[in-house]
Design a protein around this ligand. Structure first.
Ligand code: ZN
Length: 301
């Protein structure tokens, strides 16, 4: 078996690409960021970075990509690595494997939230977990579930943000903003939903305990659902909304109330302070996960 050279890592977000060249042990030796324009602009800029940094530091033997979507992440699919129905102009049909073809290296592509989940499992708040659920509550809502370092999927990536939580219409008459469901968790508790409902972000509503409690209740519905479906060792909740002071504590309390003692395991401490946590890597979770995906691409090739 060939020895692993350098890893090309891509964290592709809706507004920016973060690119890194890393050693097999994860040490980053070059890094840059690019705006997410059209593929006609962003692909050549991405290739330039990898070509130039590789010329300086050595050959790239695998790529890992953690990307915005929707994108085909099924390695068995003919369209693996292809953007599907994204409304972002030019990206529908664009494929990472085409963009990186001339490096002739194996590529593993996953979603941005799965990438962050893998990053947290590898080097952040999910270290030591066999099963980890990482959820972002931000512009959108999504969950990556990692088992022994590999993200789980079915016919496609999971869509936890579109679970519809129970609602008290007197407490919350807001209709929700999801174009498909209205009042799913993303439609009720994402950053844009909070802005639409109250005209402010949640961290500007810290003096309104009812607002924090309402969002915590929706997030806790997702948390308790993740426990019942996946029995993770730990739940991580990140994203812009989760930075609101007091929210994570309120989510722990509401989740404990919903589970009501049903799940008994040493992993679930009574107040869930060790069980439901914030991310350990902050903004570096995605690129850390992309490097791990590159490592997996090499191992699988
Ligand atoms: Zn929805």
């Amino acid at each position: 078996m060939a020895t692993q050279g350098l890893i090309g890592a891509v964290e592709a977000g809706g507004t920016k690409f973060v690119l890194a060249l890393a050693k097999a042990d994860g040490e980053v030796i070059a890094r840059t960021r690019l705006p997410t324009n059209t593929p006609a602009e962003t692909w050549p800029a991405m290739n330039n970075f990898f070509t130039q940094s590789s010329a300086k530091h050595g050959p790239i033997t695998a790529f890992g990509v953690a990307s915005f979507g929707p994108i085909d992440i099924d390695p068995a699919s003919a369209n693996y690595g292809t953007f599907t129905t994204t409304p972002k102009p030019g990206w529908s049909g664009a494929r990472f494997h085409d963009a990186l073809a001339h490096f002739n290296a194996p590529i593993m592509v996953d979603t941005d939230v799965n990438g962050a989940a893998i990053g947290e499992w590898q080097a952040g708040a999910g270290q030591g977990c066999r099963t980890l659920a990482y959820t972002t509550i931000g512009t959108g809502v999504g969950t990556g579930v990692v088992r022994d370092g590999r993200s789980l999927m079915g016919i496609s990536h999971f869509e936890s943000g579109h679970i519809v939580p129970p609602r008290n219409h007197i407490n919350d008459p807001f209709q929700g903003i999801c174009p498909y469901h209205g009042n799913c968790i993303e439609g009720l508790a994402s950053g844009p939903a909070i802005e639409r409902r109250w005209g402010r972000s949640l961290d500007q509503l810290v003096n309104e305990p009812a607002a924090i409690a309402l969002i915590a209740d929706y997030v806790a519905h997702l948390a308790s659902t993740l426990v019942l479906l996946h029995m993770p060792d730990r739940l991580i909740f990140g994203g812009g909304v989760m930075k609101a002071p007091g929210l994570i504590a309120a989510v722990r309390k509401a989740t404990a109330a919903k589970l009501n003692g049903y799940v008994q395991h040493p992993r679930l401490d009574p107040r869930l302070e060790k069980y439901i946590v914030t991310p350990g890597l902050g903004d570096d979770a995605g690129i850390t996960g992309a490097i791990e995906l590159g490592r997996q691409a090499f191992a699988r090739a």
